[in-house]
Design a binder for this molecule. Sequence first.
Ligand code: TRP
Ligand code: SF4
Length: 329
Amino acid sequence: MERKRILSGMRSTGRLHLGNLHGALGNWIELQNDGRYDCFYFVADWHALTSEYTNTEPIRENIREMVIDWMSAGLDPAKSTLFIQSAIKEHAELFLILSMITPLPWLERNPTYKEMKAELADRDLSTFGFLGYPVLQAADILMYKAFGVPVGIDQLPHVELTREIARRFNFLYREVFPVPEPLLAHVPKLLGIDGRKMSKSYDNAIYLSDRGDVLKKKVEAMFTDPQRKTKKDPGDPEICNVFSFHRIYSSPAEVESISRDCPAAQVGCVECKKRLLARLEEKLAPMHERQDFYRSRPEDVQAVIDDGSLRARRIARVTMEEVRAAVMI
Ligand code: TRP
Ligand code: SF4
């Protein structure tokens, strides 16, 4: 039986953190290991360019680091196709053609457009490319005729736009594109060390590459129950970010013991964090080993990327033949 195709991408704007691991990336790995899907995952370096066009130097290095993080976390190039967006020039051609049929108001009312512009107020995002971000994303998705697109909730408007663009193309020319489904994962609540959403731009993230002193300092700096000043005060795990981490990383027995001992002032935050640090180190150690392995073998990483791009390009070529025939161009 033909496996259903899955496609998703990530902007190459930096290293991955635990929020990514439990969000998008974790979902990707699960879909890969499910066995029913043929998964395509790519680094969206052109999408990175839409906001980083004045600071392009780190993008290339970020691409490699991102692919290394992916593989270290469990994406397997023997099971999934891993590739780089800019290696497949067909994405640019499809983007151009789709831009002809995408009404401007669809883009102007896109909520992520307004949000990101406000959030990244330090740069000029009043550009054509940035407004067209979802059209490029639609090209990425439709190129592979993906049935499902695993994304975080923040990307839903883009998948919705992709569906509308696909329908419009099919209506104007002919049925070329299946209308893709967004695949939302259940994502556990994981906040940054300061209790806000974990994000690179808030400088509150724990990265998959954090280890040793860096990791220790971050765990020590984590916000806890704000009412709890000393070990003698009873704490409330339910409002403590350290506890939500324990829920993810510690054994049920450990979670149980903290939820009993913290409100009874039997365990202090220092001890509680020490235990969390140990669990995090256990969880991350195998990833760090793999990161070191791949970092010392850049040719192997390049070979994975080249092979994935080759496989992706084969599909992109076929789709573009169909698209050109449909548009008669
Ligand atoms: N916009 C996505 C993000 O910021 C990245 C992306 C680009 C993407 N193209 C895609 C995701 C296609 C899914 C499908 O995370
Ligand atoms: Fe949070 Fe642990 Fe301190 Fe309780 S003991 S407040 S769960 S860090």
